[in-house]
Design a protein around this ligand. Sequence first.
Ligand code: URA
Length: 433
Amino acid sequence: MRAYDIIKKKRDGQKLNKEEIYFLVNGFVKGEIADYQMSAFLMAVYFQGLSDEETAYLTFAVRDSGEKFTASKIHGIKADKHSTGGVGDKTSLVVMPIVASLGVKVAKMSGRGLGHTGGTVDKLESIPNFKVDLSHEEFIDAVNNIGIAIIGQTKNLAPADKLLYALRDVTATVDSIPLICSSIMGKKLTADDDVIVLDVKVGSGAFMKDIVSAKNLATLMVETGKSAGKKTVALLTDMSQPLGYTIGNALEVYEAIETLNGKGEKDFEELCLVLSANILSLSGYGDYSKCYKMARETIKNKTAYNKFIEFVKMQGGDLSNFNSIEDIIKDSIVKEVRSLTSGYIQEINAEEYGLASLALGAGRNQLGDKIDYSAGIILKAKIGDKVEKGQVLALTVSRNATAHDIAKEKILFNTVIGEEKSKAIKLIKETVR
Ligand code: URA
C-alpha cells in the first residue's frame, strides 16, 4: 500500500476502505508518512468529503492511535456529555452532578480552553487545590465510590488527532465536517462510555455559525457514535450569545453552583435539565419526560448540589471562597461597561465577548499562558433586554488594570442596540437522534 495511491483515490472522489484509512493514520503517527502527503490527503478530503462509513473508519483510526481507557473497571452505566465549545459554557459542571446523583457513572476527560472558548479543566482548576491529574487508579476509585471524577486529557490520548489538528490548522482544512467529526468523536470514543450526549453549539460564539452545518455535523457525529456501538444523541443549541450570565473560570464555577442550588438563570438551567434528561433516558432510567422530572428533582432536593460538593472534595478542591460572587472578585479590579444608547439589545457577538474575557486574563492565546482564574465578564443584559443610555451592560473583572479598556471597547462594539425588540432566542433548537 502506498500513501500516494490513497491520496490519488480520494483526490478523484473514490471511496477508501478501512485498511487504507488505518494505513494512512498509523503511518502518519509513526512518522512514516510525511506532513506534505498528509496535508494533500486532508485537502482532498476537504474538497471531496468522506462517506459516513469512511468518516467512521477515520474516527476509529484516531481513537485507536493511542492508549485506551479501561472503562470495564467502572461498574454501571457510564455516560458523558460533550460540547463542541462555546462562550460561558459551564453545563458540564451542572449536568455531571445531576446524572451522577441518580447513579449514572461519569468518568470525564476534559480539555483546556484555547482562544475564545473555555475548558472544563481550567474552570475546575480555579477552585484552590483542585487536582485534575489523578492517577488512573485514583480516577477509577473516585468514579466507583462517588460516581463522578473529571481529569485532564492524558498526553497519549488519540495522538493522531493532535498531529492532524496541527496540520489542519496551517493548511486551511479545519472547517471540514468529516474532519471535525473524526477529531471530536475520535477523542470522545477513547473513554469507552455507554452513552454520549453531544451539545452542538450554533451561532456567533460557536465553531458552526449556521444551523445547516451544525445539523450536518450533529447527524454525522450521532451516526459515528452509533456505529461504534454507543447510544448517542445530539442537541443543537444556541451560541449566538454567551451562555448564562458569566464568562471566566471561577465566575462560571460560581454560576454552576448557583444553578445546582436552584438559583441559576432559567434558560441555562433548562439546557442543563434537557441534557441530563437525555443522558438519563439513554442510560435506561425511563422515558424522556420521566427523566426530565427526575433531573429537576435533584436540583429541588439538593442531591445534585451535594454530589458536586462531594466530587470537588474528593479531588481536593476548597470551595470556601465560592459563597458569593463578591468572594470571587474581591482581589480584582471591577469596572462597569455602560450602554451608549437606549433601546433593545438585538445582537451580541459571543465570540468577541469570549475574546474580551480572554483579554481580561481568563483564557490563553497559546498553550502554556497563565490564567487569571477570577477574571472575566459578568453580564447584566442579554438579547431581548431593554436598556437605557448609561445603564450597566456588563462588569469586567481583572487584576490587569490596562485590560479593562480593551474589553470594554469589544463589549460595546459587539452589542447591537436598536429600537425594535428582536425575536426571542430559542436556546434548544433541535434534537438529533
Ligand atoms: N474541536 C475538536 O476537538 N476538533 C475539531 O476539529 C474542531 C473542534
